[in-house]
Design a protein around this ligand. Structure first.
Ligand code: PEP
Ligand code: MN
Length: 337
């Protein structure tokens, strides 16, 4: 059940309904955007919409049939804009997150940070733990990279986004990074989602390789259910019968998600492309189809990259792409500034 308040409802009216729901033994969750709402996340079958609509300030009470509540568009009709360290993602704000697939060396990382900042990226990828399909592949520099992350942030001012796979990694990085990424392979790692739900950092939640839109939304619901409402969904390609690309970028998922959820949605063009020549076109598709941002892999010398060498853009390619994205952003009512 979602209770939507009149835009002019007072804080006292909202609080009154919240208190009454608690008194009745329900679990209300408050959303205080431009138009306040309350979600009841547990069983609310005994509650009648008419009872709730009789309270002063209530516009309507809607019973949701889908299992996700807090991510539902009905909970926050105006849409969520994530704001962190001066960066906005959502609404008219189109943000590009960029950086190497993996942090490798201090030199490689600082060069990439400087280059992506210059080209207009807003958030720096800072992946020191790498979830690799093969246990024999490079697994990330881990905590050894933390001083390099600090240098990159101090110099460029860009907030850092790092991938974590377990609670230990959250503890090690909490004081050092600004955004967390949940990789596709961990989208349904429920202990991880729960732990990230207890942090106060925005979470980029990547769609699992074979996850449905509903499963992605339920994974986001986990994070929100544990208290963190700053979730950014990421379409990064799904596994299909097609092998010409590494994964099939599900562009249709972006407008579908837009209808179903208030959360911002970004597109990762790098992993579905699998090769750099395809990244610009998929980036433009992501922007044109209505996403709120992109996450793009960039490297000073992609051929020598320690992971995902074939798909990372050179600095020149990234800069050129950013230039080509700007007029498209303008045409679809977005700003990249
Ligand atoms: C990555 O961002 O480098 C990554 C591993 O992505 P994904 O989880 O989408 O495969
Ligand atoms: Mn990668």
């Amino acid at each position: 059940m979602i209770i939507v308040f009149e835009p002019a409802a007072t804080a006292e009216q909202v609080q009154h309904v919240y208190d009454r729901l608690q008194e009745w033994g329900f679990t209300p969750v408050l959303q205080e955007g431009a138009q306040a709402s309350i979600a009841i996340t547990g069983d609310s079958s005994s509650l009648k919409a008419e009872t709730l609509e009789a309270f002063d300030g209530v516009q309507k009470a809607v019973r949701l049939t889908q299992p996700y509540k807090l991510v539902a568009r009905e909970f926050k009709p105006e849409g969520t804009i994530i704001e962190r360290d001066g960066v906005k993602i959502g609404g008219k704000h189109f943000a590009v997150l960029a950086g190497p697939c993996s942090v490798e060396t201090e030199e490689q990382y600082l060069a990439t940070a400087r280059a992506v900042k210059k080209s207009g990226a807003k958030v720096l990828r800072a992946c020191i733990y790498k979830p690799r399909t093969s246990p024999y592949d490079f697994q990330g520099v881990a905590e050894k990279g933390l001083p390099w992350l600090k240098k990159a942030k101090d110099e460029t001012g860009l907030p850092l986004c790092t991938e974590v796979m377990d609670e230990r990694a959250i503890e090690k990085t909490l004081a050092h990074v600004d955004f967390y990424q949940v990789g596709a392979r961990n989208m349904q790692n429920y202990d991880l989602l729960r732990a990230l739900g207890k942090t106060d950092k925005p979470i980029v939640l990547k769609r699992g390789l074979s996850a449905t839109v509903k499963e992605l939304l339920l994974a986001a619901e986990y994070i929100m259910a544990y208290g963190n409402h700053d979730v950014i969904l990421c379409e990064r390609g799904i596994r299909t019968y097609e092998t010409a690309t590494r994964f099939t970028l599900d562009v249709g998922a972006v407008p579908v998600l837009r209808q179903l959820t208030h959360l911002p949605i970004i597109v990762d063009p790098s992993h579905p492309a699998g090769k750099r020549s395809l990244v610009p076109a998929l980036s433009k598709a992501g922007l044109a189809v209505g996403s709120d941002g992109l996450i793009i892999e960039t490297h000073p010398d992609p051929e020598r990259a320690w992971s995902d060498a074939a798909q990372q853009l050179t600095f020149d390619q990234f800069d050129q792409l950013m230039k080509e994205l700007r007029p498209i952003a303008g045409a679809v009512g977005r700003t990249m500034d």
